[in-house]
Design a protein around this ligand. Structure first.
Ligand code: MN
Length: 207
């Protein structure tokens, strides 16, 4: 993860094989999504910092938490490409080939906030389907109450800028699903539920 790194930001390998999420998320989509789309965010973020070298010793976290203080052109590049780097690293790491279920501890948090797992699934699916255009559905942990919530964000906005801890991102940009699922975002979401790495999600939580 690049969040605590400074320039030059690195292009991180996919943490599993490209075909590992078949049949739910297809190999070709994973190649385009990781090797083309994610890499483009890394390259554009690095280019933006090169053009603003006074920020070369800022971590990605510091940049994202202080976007309001940045010069306007650089601010836009950080929101779009810095957000794109961070959100994609979360997305790729939050999935995996081995079917996992929430631990008892994780399930207790889910039940406390949503009543049961089915309600959580309905909530994140509704949020992700309701995100007009490109963006993400999220399971997040509120920074103050520590309770779990589902939200949606547009484009490459980050939830850390909303003082929330990202637990589980659901990328609903068309590049995440169009090759296989075409216009059927709902079918992609139904497939995505099968590749969540709940052990990783739980590791994101703050006590
Ligand atoms: Mn994406």
């Amino acid at each position: 993860m690049n969040i605590n790194n400074t320039y030059p930001f690195t292009y991180e390998p996919l943490p599993y094989e490209y075909d590992a999420l078949e049949p739910y998320i297809d190999t070709e989509t994973m190649h385009y999504h990781h090797d083309k789309h994610y890499k483009a965010y890394v390259d554009k973020l690095n280019a933006a910092v090169e053009a603003n070298p006074q920020y070369k010793n800022w971590t990605l976290l510091r940049l994202l938490l202080n976007v309001d203080s940045l010069p306007s052109d650089f601010r836009t590049a950080v929101i779009n490409n810095g957000g794109g780097v961070f959100n994609h690293e979360l997305y790729f790491n939050s999935m995996g080939p081995d079917k996992t279920n929430p631990s008892t501890r994780m399930m207790n948090f889910i039940m406390e906030s949503f009543g049961n797992y089915e309600n959580f699934m309905k909530a994140i699916k509704a949020a992700a389907l309701g995100q007009f255009g490109s963006g993400y559905g999220w399971l997040v942990q509120d920074g103050i109450t520590k309770r779990l919530m589902v939200i949606a964000t547009p484009n490459q906005d980050t939830v850390i800028s909303l003082s929330m801890m990202p637990l589980l991102p659901l990328d609903v940009w068309e590049h995440a699903y169009y090759l296989k699922h075409k216009n059927e975002r709902d079918k992609y979401i139904d497939d995505w539920f099968n590749v969540i790495n709940w052990d990783w999600v739980e590791g994101q939580m703050e006590d």
